[in-house]
Design a protein around this ligand. Structure first.
Ligand code: IPM
Ligand code: MN
Length: 371
């Protein structure tokens, strides 16, 4: 095992962001201590916290630090306190600017029904035999980054948002999704609205012509409305889903519901700059500061970072297996509780995962990491 040295920029942000990032940090520190890695963790403000501290949701120092990082870990942005600010000045625009500045055009969202959580899916059990898919969402283009305008004419208001995609923007994210499908079960579903939108027609044409370069991958094209329904009716049919920025945002919240809670889903954004890891949940202002947040999205961000970016699969597995054992013993945060569960807070769940990691070391020392 080769120890690594990495700089990780922490962007806790708003609401429950700082609480869940604290959990992820503890686990990263445990991995560093156990395996001899050196993780330099440096914290910077983003979102509403940055507006309060520096007057901007993405201060220049934060961006400079992110550009120099090996990886970035973000909590959440936004909150009622800033809801009256105009678009473009809100906390969320700090996150959007960061994605754009670093040209992070891929957002990977693994949707996995974990074995101990089988019972919390809202689907009947026959439909949840296997939910293990990945949504590859385009992240640096589309309607999120087109013009947003409010116009006034004769006292009436009219708003417009423009969606654009170029062939190059579609190709680069599609290549990532094809490669991902190649490494999994060779199935790719490209989701669009090509029966109505010009940007989607180009999307479909571009994905279809790239498919020739991946002869092993079976490609299916699906309209987004149908995809939303198919995800609920038969999620097992999906392996890798490739879609645009807006459709990916919407479908991934729906898919997170299938595996029990939006609090459980991590994400990895990558492209030209350093990769950014963030749970897909929001800042949950009603839970903030009460030690009631579910840290599992952030925990899985830590393991995703270790596995995908640092190539540390053993460490990732150590975290995930320990998490599953804690969940299997019935300890849950409130959002994923079942009858009979023991509901615990964010910090207790964190300590239970850490205790399980320590306990499993003894076993590992005896039998090796393969168990
Ligand atoms: C997400 C969030 C963001 C998005 C918001 C906070 C701008 O919903 O990461 O899914 O829409 O991309
Ligand atoms: Mn979202």
């Amino acid at each position: 095992m080769n120890p690594v040295t990495k700089t990780i920029v922490l962007l806790p942000g708003d609401g429950i962001g700082p609480e869940v990032i604290r959990t992820a940090v503890r686990l990263l520190e445990d991995c560093a201590a156990e395996f001899g890695h050196r993780f330099e963790l440096v914290e910077f403000p983003i979102g509403g916290a940055a507006i309060e501290m520096c007057g901007s949701p993405l201060p220049p120092e934060t961006l400079v630090a992110c550009r120099a990082a090996d990886a970035i870990l973000l909590g959440a942005t936004g909150g009622p306190r800033w809801d009256s600010l105009p678009l473009g000045q809100r906390p969320e625009s700090g996150l959007l600017a960061l994605r754009k500045e670093l040209e992070l055009y891929v957002n990977l969202r693994p949707i996995h029904l974990r074995e101990p959580l089988r019972g919390i899916s809202p689907l009947k059990s026959a439909r949840t035999r296997k939910i293990d898919l990945e949504i590859v969402r385009e992240l640096a283009g589309g309607i999120y980054f087109g013009a947003h305008r409010l116009e006034r004419e004769n006292g009436a208001e009219r708003a417009l948002d423009i969606e654009t995609y170029s062939t190059g923007e579609i190709e680069r994210v599609a290549r990532f999704a094809f490669a991902r499908a190649e490494s999994r079960s060779q199935r790719l579903t490209s989701v669009d609205k090509a029966n109505v939108l010009a940007s989607s027609a180009l999307w479909r044409k571009t994905v279809a012509s790239l498919a020739a370069g991946y002869p092993g991958v079976a490609v299916e094209h699906m309209y987004v409305d149908n995809a939303a329904m198919q995800l609920v009716l038969a999620p097992e049919q999906f392996d890798v889903i490739l879609t645009s920025n807006l459709f990916g945002d919407i479908l991934s919240d729906g898919a997170a519901g299938l595996v029990g809670s939006i609090g459980l889903v991590p994400s990895m954004s990558c492209g030209l700059g350093p990769p950014l890891f963030e749970p897909i949940h929001g800042s949950a202002p009603l839970l903030a500061g009460k030690d009631r947040a579910c840290p599992i999205g952030a925990v899985l961000c830590a393991s995703l970072m270790l596995r995908e970016t640092f190539g540390l699969a053993t460490e990732a597995e150590w975290i995930e297996a320990s998490l599953d054992r804690v969940l299997g013993s019935g300890y849950r945060t409130a959002d994923i509780a079942e009858p009979g569960s023991t509901v615990v807070g964010c910090s207790d769940l964190t300590e239970m995962i850490r205790a399980e990691m320590r306990a499993s070391l003894e076993q590992i020392e005896r039998y090796g990491w393969g168990v």
